[in-house]
Ligand binder design. Structure first.
Ligand code: ZN
Length: 92
């Protein structure tokens, strides 16, 4: 029983190693950024946000984004741009 478990563990270790490698080399998300011309990912785990369509139109125009169920998913850097542009409104 002891050596069987050991053999199994070895197999598992090998599998994990290859899995880790593919994960490392392909650091991609699942949700593409909704802003046209941007190829980042808008996954929550990667700092992505979702804006309302109105906000997206304000920032990128009516044809500068892709809508998804009434929201626009944007990546971290697009959100930063958006925040920067809209900072003035918050300050005054
Ligand atoms: Zn983006």
């Amino acid at each position: 029983m002891g050596f069987k478990a050991k053999a199994r563990k070895q197999q598992k270790d090998n599998g994990e190693d290859t899995k880790k490698d593919t994960k490392k080399s392909a650091k991609t998300g699942e949700l593409p950024c909704g802003i046209k011309g941007c190829d980042n990912f808008a996954d929550k785990s990667m700092g992505g946000r979702s804006l309302s369509v109105d906000d997206a139109i304000d920032m990128w125009g009516t044809s500068g984004y892709e809508e998804r169920k009434g929201r626009v998913r944007i990546c971290k850097s697009c959100y930063r741009k958006y925040k920067k542009e809209n900072k003035k409104d918050d300050m005054y």
